[in-house]
Write a protein that binds this ligand. Structure first.
Ligand code: HEM
Length: 137
């Protein structure tokens, strides 16, 4: 089980690297008006989303489900954690929609909006890690 948990945590870190960095790229992309920068951001965002964030998300969930269903974990903390993970998956998919908007030069949101958007995963990370380590209920 410890190998499964180790891989679960490793891919969770990978996923969060993307969840923290992609919206930051959106902040700078939204502030850019020269073509060279805009095209560079498009390449960085696409590689980050499909090359790091998506595999990180899928493997975090695969090893998490393996821990849950394979080793019989249960409790209120796990239900609350799964609800927050569902919200995180929604945020991940929203990033995919924003990625497509930028790809087609149809983003209408400003950099301030993305700065606030960028903070949301921090709240989820605090809540999920406290739930799974402290198991308050
Ligand atoms: C469907 C998604 C997920 C499921 C089913 C799941 C399930 C689990 C289970 C059953 C454990 C073992 C708990 C224990 O050993 O006490 C665990 C450990 C852990 N999970 Fe998840 N998890 C999921 C997603 C996540 C996400 C998104 C994060 C990060 C935000 C996360 C962070 C952790 C951490 C840090 C541990 C290690 C806790 C410890 O060793 O005390 N998990 N997970």
């Amino acid at each position: 089980m410890l190998w499964v948990k180790a891989l679960h945590i490793i891919f969770m870190v990978t996923w969060f690297a993307g969840l923290f960095y992609l919206p930051r790229l959106f902040v700078y992309h939204a502030q850019s008006d020269d073509r060279a920068s805009i095209e560079r951001f498009k390449v960085m965002e696409r590689k980050l989303y499909y090359g790091i964030m998506a595999p990180g998300a899928v493997l975090t969930i695969v090893f998490g489900l393996w821990l849950w269903l394979g080793y019989g974990f249960s409790g209120g903390w796990l239900h609350a954690k799964l609800a927050l993970v569902a919200v995180l998956v929604g945020y991940h998919l929203w990033c995919g929609k924003l990625l497509a908007d930028f790809k087609h030069d149809r983003n209408a949101k400003g950099h301030v909006w993305f700065r606030w958007f960028n903070e949301f995963p921090v709240l989820i990370l605090f809540a999920v890690v406290i739930l799974v380590v402290v198991k308050p209920f």
